[in-house]
Write a protein that binds this ligand. Structure first.
Ligand SMILES: Cc1cc2nc3c(=O)[nH]c(=O)nc-3n(C[C@H](O)[C@H](O)[C@H](O)COP(=O)(O)OP(=O)(O)OC[C@H]3O[C@@H](n4cnc5c(N)ncnc54)[C@H](O)[C@@H]3O)c2cc1C
Length: 453
C-alpha cells in the first residue's frame, strides 16, 4: 500500500495550491480526480465562461459604437466561440497532469472515498495518508421537483454545440445573470425565473437595479417571486411550471438551465468510514479548516464552504491548510474583504457591505464603516461605456480593494485582462504578518494566478 504525507481529493484550484505547497516542502503528495484534471474554474467555470463573455463584450462594444464610427452588425458565431473556448480548456487536463508529474506529485484517476480514518480508496487501490485534504468542490443542488432531469447544469451550458432559440434559466445568482447576458447577445430569447425578490441578492441593490435596464434592453425577461414547481417535456420544448403570488404560470423553452445554486460535493466520499463529521450536507470544520472529528482531515475551497464559493477563496483556503500541515495547526482563513464581480456586460461589483452577504458566511460578521457601499460612479450610471472605464474603491475588514471595471475583449487570454482589472492589497500590519492570514488577493476572477504552481 502506498503511503503519503498528504492525499488530496480533487485537482481544482484548492487541490493544486495545497498539493504544490506541501510538495515544495519536501513531503510526499498524491492527488486524485475522477474527472479530467483541472477542476471547475479552469474547465467548467470562470475561465471558459470568460471566453464566452469575451464574445458578448465584443457585440456590446460594437453595438454601442454603432453610428459613432463603427458600421455594420456583428453577430456571435456560437460554433466558433465554442471552439475558441475549447482552445483554452482542452489542453488543460494534460498540462495539469504534466505539472503534477514535474513536481513529483503522484496523480490518480478515479473516484476517491474513505476506507478508514487515514485510508483512501481509488481505482482498486488503497492509499494511506498522514493528512487528507478534501478539495472536492461543489455540485449543483438537486432541484427536487418533477421533471428536474430536463434541466441542464452550468457544465452542459458551457459545452453546448448549438445555442437554442429559447432558454429558461432557473435561479437569479451570478451564474444565471452571466449566462443570460452571453446567450441573449448570441441571439437567444432568455427568461430568468427567480424565486427571490430580485436578481443578484448579494450584490448592491441600487447597482442591480441599474443593471436590470441592460437585461431589459437585451430582451431578457426576469421574473422574480417565481418558484419553479415542475418541468414537462413536450416534443422539443420543455414547459416550466412555476408558482407566483398571482398564481401558477408556465414558460416554454427549448432549453432549461439549472443555475439555482451549488453545494459541497461530499456525498460520495463515505465520510462515515473516515470518521469525518458532516451536517446538512456540509463538513463540520473548526476555524483551522480541520475536521472536528478526524484531525488529520482538512477541507478547502467549495468543499469546505466556509468562504464565498470563488476561486481566490479556494486558493486562500489551500494556503491556510498547507501552512497548517507544515507548521502545525494554527492558521485560520480570513475572508474579510473578498471582492467579487458578476461578469455581466457591463460587469458588476457586489455589495461592499459584508453584513449584506449571505448569513452564516464569516464575512457577514465583519463590522464595516458606515460608508461601505460602493456602486458605480454617478457618471457611470448615466453611461455604461463610461462605467466600464471608471474605478471604485472600497475598504472592508482591513483590505483595500481597488476595482476597475474595465471590459476585456481580449482573445489571447480572457484572464489576463481581468487579472489587471482587479487587485486588492492588505493594509493592516496584521494582514501583512503572515501570507496565510492575508485573505484572498483577487476578485471573483478566473485565473491561473490563483492556481499557485
Ligand atoms: C459556471 C461557473 C462560473 C464560475 N465563475 C467564477 C468566476 O468568475 N470567478 C470565481 O472566482 N469563481 C467562479 N466560479 C466558482 C469557482 O469555479 C469555484 O469556486 C472554484 O473552482 C472551486 O475550486 P475548488 O478547488 O474548491 O473545487 P473544484 O475546482 O470544483 O475541484 C474539485 C475537484 O474534485 C473532484 N472530485 C469531486 N469529488 C471527487 C471524488 N470523490 N474523487 C475524486 N475527485 C473528486 C472534481 O472532479 C473536481 O475536479 C464559477 C463556478 C461555476 C460553476
Amino acid at each position: 500500500m502506498k503511503a503519503y504525507d498528504l492525499i488530496v481529493i480533487g485537482t481544482g484550484t484548492a487541490a493544486q495550491v495545497a498539493a504544490s505547497r506541501v510538495r515544495r516542502a519536501g513531503r510526499s503528495v498524491a492527488v486524485i480526480d475522477h474527472r479530467p484534471f483541472g477542476g471547475t474554474c479552469a474547465l467548467r467555470g470562470c475561465d471558459p465562461k470568460k471566453m464566452l463573455v469575451s464574445g458578448a463584450e465584443a457585440i456590446d462594444w460594437a453595438r454601442r459604437m454603432h453610428g459613432r464610427g463603427v458600421a455594420g452588425e456583428l453577430r456571435i458565431d456560437w460554433h466558433e466561440l465554442s471552439a475558441f473556448k475549447r482552445s483554452f480548456t482542452d489542453p488543460i487536463p494534460k498540462k495539469r497532469e504534466e505539472s503534477f508529474a514535474r513536481q513529483g506529485i503522484d496523480a490518480f484517476h478515479g473516484k476517491a472515498y474513505f476506507a478508514s480514518p487515514d485510508r483512501i480508496r481509488v481505482a482498486e487501490q488503497t492509499l494511506a495518508g498522514r493528512h487528507i485534504l478534501i478539495a472536492s468542490g461543489a455540485r449543483p443542488v438537486p432541484l427536487g421537483l418533477p421533471g428536474a432531469e430536463h434541466a441542464i447544469t452550468s457544465d452542459a451550458f458551457l459545452e453546448l454545440a448549438e445555442l437554442p432559440a429559447r432558454i429558461v434559466m432557473i435561479g437569479g445568482g451570478y451564474i444565471a445573470a452571466e449566462f443570460a447576458h452571453i446567450a441573449a447577445r448570441a441571439g437567444a430569447k432568455v427568461t430568468i425565473l427567480q424565486r427571490g425578490a430580485r436578481m443578484l441578492a448579494h450584490f448592491d441593490a441600487d447597482v442591480v437595479g441599474w443593471l436590470m435596464e441592460s437585461f431589459h434592453a437585451l430582451g431578457i425577461e426576469v421574473r422574480t417571486h417565481t418558484t419553479v414547481t415542475a418541468m414537462v417535456r413536450t416534443g422539443n420544448a420543455i414547459r416550466v411550471q412555476a408558482q407566483t403570488p398571482e398564481g401558477t404560470v408556465e414558460v416554454s423553452g427549448d432549453l432549461v438551465v439549472h443555475a439555482a445554486g451549488r453545494a459541497p460535493d461530499i456525498a460520495e466520499l463515505d465520510l462515515e468510514a473516515g470518521g469525518v463529521a458532516a451536517e446538512d450536507g456540509r463538513l463540520r470544520l473548526n476555524e483551522y479548516l480541520q475536521s472536528v472529528s478526524n484531525p488529520i482531515v482538512y477541507a478547502a475551497g467549495d468543499a469546505a464552504a466556509q468562504g464565498l464559493p470563488l476561486t481566490p477563496v479556494s486558493s486562500h483556503d489551500a494556503k491556510v491548510v498547507a501552512a497548517n500541515i507544515l507548521d502545525g495547526t494554527r492558521h485560520k482563513p480570513d475572508y474579510r474583504g473578498v471582492p467579487s464581480v458578476a461578469f455581466t456586460v457591463p460587469p458588476m461589483p457586489p455589495s461592499a457591505c459584508p453584513k449584506k452577504r449571505r448569513a452564516g458566511r464569516r464575512a457577514s460578521s465583519v463590522s464595516t464603516r458606515p460608508r461601505c457601499r460602493i456602486g458605480l460612479p454617478r457618471a457611470a450610471k448615466a453611461s455604461p461605456s463610461t462605467a466600464t472605464r471608471r474605478s471604485s474603491k472600497r475598504r472592508a475588514g482591513g483590505f483595500s480593494a481597488r476595482i476597475s471595471l474595465v471590459p476585456t475583449p481580449r482573445t489571447s487570454s480572457a484572464c489576463s485582462g481581468l487579472r489587471s482589472a482587479m487587485t486588492s492589497r492588505p493594509t493592516t500590519s496584521r494582514a501583512r504578518s503572515s501570507p496565510t492570514q492575508r485573505g484572498p488577493r483577487t476578485s471573483a476572477i478566473c485565473c491561473s494566478e490563483n492556481h499557485d504552481p
